[in-house]
Write a protein that binds this ligand. Structure first.
Ligand SMILES: Cc1cc2nc3c(=O)[nH]c(=O)nc-3n(C[C@H](O)[C@H](O)[C@H](O)COP(=O)(O)OP(=O)(O)OC[C@H]3O[C@@H](n4cnc5c(N)ncnc54)[C@H](O)[C@@H]3O)c2cc1C
Length: 303
């Protein structure tokens, strides 16, 4: 039996593995798809200290090298369930079972897609899912933000400080965001709202040049010209499989604070899967460190 089993080898899981090994814990790091997680899909990471501008896949490789240097081999499997046993936890994988004294859930989340024409084609060529990460590329340009919740409005406000013009596109007549954010958006002179509109197509040549919008009431089409499109229609956590053992919040994220402690002693949640307000590589890595520390303390006092 290992000291800690970590589910997911994204920024959070890999950092947790490195910290746990440094504290001399034995570690199983289980990855269901590809090491690096969401980072792999980030064309430019410009806000992870120490690397200047780096592609997400390069950063993943660097993190993976650190994991391997600490003597950990990745186990490729998808964890389907965690159950409590007398001396620890049983993690049931698709191909194998794993036993550990403690567990860190670092299974991340995925960005919701619009599903319109051009979204995939122009990803990394003007289509982005992260304004904080890629907003700097649109200095003095025009950017559109799609969505009507807190993240969309936060993105629009962030971009309004960088771009000349920001177009906020929402399919309803009202935002689903905090009143304060809606007010701040209304006060910004360079944010123009396109309400009751959906994006039917993202258009461009070698990069995005605009979007075709459809009025949901009349069906009328119009084209808005812009240099970038930020899709902010939410993240999708996949934690149903863990809801029997740890408490989830209203949105499906695992309830845990800065210390990454979940509702179940001995189980920690790190990175985008945890209920928190800011989901980035650096915050996921910070969670990984905190969760590993929690696991060390748990093992020292309980095992
Ligand atoms: C396109 C894009 C661009 C971005 N750009 C930036 C940027 O420039 N700067 C920045 O700071 N942030 C950026 N982000 C956000 C950042 O990538 C994430 O916040 C961060 O990587 C989350 O790390 P994580 O380890 O919590 O989760 P993830 O990266 O989601 O990793 C979770 C891992 O767990 C694995 N997994 C899931 N379920 C299971 C299971 N049941 N069993 C085993 N393995 C499982 C997944 O395969 C995945 O590898 C971007 C995100 C996207 C999508």
């Amino acid at each position: 039996m290992k000291d800690v089993a970590i589910i997911g080898a994204g920024a959070a899981g890999m950092t947790a593995a490195i910290y746990a090994r440094q504290a001399s814990l034995s570690v199983t790091l289980i990855e269901g798809y590809v090491c690096g997680g969401q980072m792999i899909g980030a064309p430019f990471v410009e806000n992870y200290p120490g690397y200047g501008s780096v592609s997400g896949s390069e950063l993943s490789v660097k993190m993976l090298e650190d994991v391997e240097r600490s003597g950990i081999k990745i186990t490729y499997d998808t964890v389907m369930k965690i159950s409590k046993e007398e001396n620890g936890f049983l993690l049931s994988g698709k191909t194998e079972d794993y036993r550990a004294r403690s567990a860190i859930i670092a299974n991340g989340a995925s960005r919701r897609k619009l599903g319109c024409l051009g979204e995939g084609e122009f990803f990394g060529k003007g289509v982005s899912y992260c304004a904080v990460c890629d907003g700097g590329l649109y200095k003095n340009k025009r950017a559109a933000v799609v969505g009507g919740g807190n993240s969309a409005l936060e993105d629009a406000l962030w971009l309004s400080g960088i771009c000349d013009e920001v177009y906020l596109i929402h399919r309803r007549g009202e935002f689903r965001a905090d009143e304060k954010l809606s007010l701040l958006v209304s006060e910004k002179k360079n944010i123009k709202k396109f309400m009751f509109r959906t994006v039917s197509e993202i258009i461009g040549d070698d990069r995005v040049t605009g979007a075709r919008l459809e009025d949901v009431e009349s069906g009328k089409l119009e084209t808005v010209e812009c240099d970038g499109i930020f899709i902010a229609i939410g993240l999708k956590p996949e934690n149903k499989r863990f809801e029997d053992i740890v408490e989830l919040d209203h949105y499906g994220y695992i309830r845990a604070g800065e210390d990454c402690l979940t509702s179940h002693s001995g189980i920690f949640a790190a990175g985008d899967t945890r209920s928190k307000s800011f989901r980035q590589i650096v915050t996921a890595a910070a969670d990984g460190a905190a969760a590993a520390r929690g696991a060390v303390e748990y093992i020292r006092s309980n095992c």
